[in-house]
Write a protein that binds this ligand. Structure first.
Ligand SMILES: NC(=O)c1ccc[n+]([C@@H]2O[C@H](COP(=O)([O-])OP(=O)(O)OC[C@H]3O[C@@H](n4cnc5c(N)ncnc54)[C@H](O)[C@@H]3O)[C@@H](O)[C@H]2O)c1
Length: 375
């Protein structure tokens, strides 16, 4: 894991060593609570090598160094210094969302492909800037939507998309946790639940149904006992592109009983419904109006890699084979747009289109370099 001379390779199709059998060399930016886990996933992946660690907090760097036995020469307090001193193929960005745009656009302009933790960024202009940079530099930027890669959500998506319950007509999602934000960046931001958590559920709505979302309306609020500065509860209604409705009822300020991180789902279609609760998936066949003809508990298969480990593998595999990773920014813009539309809807009290004119234009102007999607 030594320092290597940095060659000039801005843009263009330079031959990465990893493409001829080497490891993909990563810079990791941000080594806080999630960053420490990413470092384990990177070091545990035989196709990846960590060539630099970046954090503005010297204590975070020191504890990562001590835990992983990393040399001081590969630790930097700024991405600019890391890019100057090491040769890398890719970057993972695990900073708070407000810094994502600066970090990932700087990396792509330096010729690196990128994985960023969700959410893509914390504002629509920043997301559009990331989209434009990925298009202009022809670098891949993936958003880590790890909730797609759980055995339960994979099973849900497979069942719904196979057509077993027919055409989706309505969906109900209940998410309620008492999640203490003390000392976290989520304590300070305006819409902690929508920006930092609901992005997972919104992305899952698209992934599970295979449908994009057209509009949203609803409300958000902060329960009196909340230690969040921004609203940590919301109730939203989304309309999908096939006309179906999704009722989304969520809180990080719940008291008493909590659900799992994915929330509880009831997905109803023309031929039946699927219930996902407490890690269990049940399918109800109801081809004729309300009468259930069969109820079955579904067997959930555990794939070899899940969560961020899957995201990382998929990123490396896709780049090696010239494919488009599943959750690149050109896909993810349709999920993150739901967050900003929801914020606008709760602020204005109006039904809000998910893609406003500015976003439609950006999606038309900026396209992925790789057309063929990873399966
Ligand atoms: N996918 C998931 O399930 C999941 C779970 C938790 C967090 N996350 C995401 O991971 C990201 C980080 O969250 P966290 O909980 O680790 O936050 P954190 O506050 O614990 O850690 C962030 C780290 O980034 C560093 N940092 C801040 N600005 C920086 C900059 N400009 N350059 C370099 N380093 C900088 C901080 O010093 C800190 O060490 C967020 O985007 C969050 O939404 C994802």
């Amino acid at each position: 894991m030594g320092l290597v001379a940095r060659s000039k390779r801005r843009g263009g199709n330079f031959p990465h060593p990893f493409l001829i059998g080497g490891e993909m060399r990563f810079i990791q930016v941000g080594i806080g609570s999630m960053g420490r886990r990413w470092l384990q996933w990177l070091t545990g992946n035989s196709d990846a090598e960590v060539v630099a660690l970046v954090d503005v907090d010297p204590t975070a760097l020191a504890s990562a160094r001590a835990a992983g036995n990393y040399r001081e020469e590969i630790c930097f307090s700024s991405l600019r210094d890391a890019l100057k001193h090491v040769d890398a193929d890719a970057l993972v960005c695990i900073t708070p969302p407000v810094h994502h745009k600066q970090c990932v656009t700087q990396a792509m302009k330096a010729g690196l492909n990128v994985i960023t933790e969700k959410p893509m960024a914390d504002s629509l202009p920043d997301c559009i800037s990331i989209l434009r940079t990925s298009h202009d530099t022809e670098r891949t930027c993936v958003v880590s939507q790890n909730y797609r890669y759980k055995p339960e959500t994979q099973t849900l998506a497979h069942l719904v998309r196979s057509g077993q319950i027919g055409d989706i007509g309505q969906v109900k999602i209940d998410y309620y946790l008492g999640w203490d934000c003390e000392g976290r960046f989520t304590q300070e931001i305006e819409h902690p639940l929508l920006v930092d958590m609901s992005i997972h559920h919104f992305d899952l709505i698209r992934f599970v149904t295979g449908l994009n979302v057209v509009s949203v309306r609803g409300e958000s609020w902060n329960p009196p006992w909340s230690n969040y500065k921004g609203d940590c509860s919301s109730a939203l209604v989304f309309e999908l592109e096939n006309g179906a409705h999704v009722v989304y009822n969520a809180s990080w300020g719940a008291k008493g009983q909590f659900c799992g991180w994915d929330g509880n789902w009831q997905i109803e279609g023309s031929k039946g419904s699927i219930l996902y609760e407490k890690g269990q998936i049940t399918i109800y066949e109801a081809p004729k109006l309300y009468r259930v003809t069969k109820t079955e508990t579904v067997c959930i298969k555990k794939p070899e890699k899940t969560g961020q480990e899957y995201v990382l593998n998929n990123f490396i595999h896709s780049l090696k084979h010239g494919l488009r990773p599943q959750t690149d920014v050109f896909d993810n813009i349709h999920s993150i747009a739901m967050v900003f539309a929801a914020i606008k809807a709760v602020k204005t009290g109006k039904r809000t289109p998910v893609l406003d004119r500015r976003l439609q234009q950006a999606i038309a102007d900026y396209k992925p370099r790789l057309a063929k999607e990873e399966a």
